[in-house]
Design a protein around this ligand. Structure first.
Ligand code: ATP
Ligand code: MG
Length: 211
């Protein structure tokens, strides 16, 4: 298959708390750009997960196939307590599914909005977590380009997890994988306007190392 995803049937996730992505009875955790994030429960293990459903038609219409491939690739490469874990990925006719670690504590954004501003102590704590998580990604030459409080999720134990790897990129050229990978500077300006990093706006190329 084009996306090289492992194919397991949506029905394997039966006993789900939600429904199919088109079912109005489903429990929706969030609405993404290309589909919903639902709560699901595994039939046999009874483990609960977040299922991110990406509408293939909308992805293709917007020419963002590579983003989905990269999002999945990045998530299979990372393994860190401060980064949202991908358990499995699969697809059917209409959707690509990412079976994710469930974070029922909501977005840090909500807490920030309620609090107005965080104390210096809280800010330091969250910044330290983000820094550690970034170190892990940079070790693997992954550049995360969408840092914002909306993408920092909390689980039920209040652990912070970076989510949403759709805009991530690699600072080693991918085409050279079999040979010697070549370090490359990225030039794409992307992210969320209010949160774009200075080195991205400076337009001199960036590679995730401190500017
Ligand atoms: P956008 O591009 O609009 O940010 P997206 O398509 O990249 O959206 P996500 O940001 O991954 O989608 O998910 C959309 C929303 O669903 C999140 O903002 C969050 O509220 C919720 N969500 C995503 N993943 C999880 C999860 N693992 N546990 C709980 N809620 C989640
Ligand atoms: Mg998002």
């Amino acid at each position: 298959h084009k996306y090289h995803l492992e194919h397991i049937k949506f029905q394997d996730l039966d006993q789900r708390i939600g429904g199919t992505p088109d079912d109005p009875q489903q429990i929706i955790l969030g609405q993404g750009a290309f589909g919903r994030v639902l709560i699901v429960r595994h039939k046999s293990t009874k483990e609960t997960y977040a299922l991110k459903c990406l509408n293939k038609e909308q992805i293709v219409e917007n020419g963002l196939e590579q983003h989905v491939v990269d999002e999945r690739k990045v998530m299979t490469m990372i393994d860190h307590p401060f980064l949202l874990k991908l358990h499995k990925s699969f697809w059917d006719k209409k959707y690509v599914y990412l079976l994710l670690e469930l974070c029922l504590g909501g977005e840090l954004f909500t807490f920030l909005r309620k609090a107005g501003r965080f104390t210096e102590k809280a800010s330091r704590f969250y910044a330290a977590i983000v820094t550690r998580a970034f170190e892990h990604m940079h070790d693997k030459h992954i550049i995360y380009r969408d840092l914002k409080p909306e993408n920092l999720l909390l689980d039920t134990d209040n652990n912070l997890k970076i989510s949403d790897f759709g805009l991530s990129a690699f600072s080693l050229s991918q085409s050279a994988e079999e040979h010697t990978p070549v370090a490359q500077l990225l030039h794409t300006t992307c992210g969320t306007p209010n949160y774009v990093a200075p080195e991205v706006l400076a337009d001199r190329g960036y590679d995730g190392k401190a500017a």
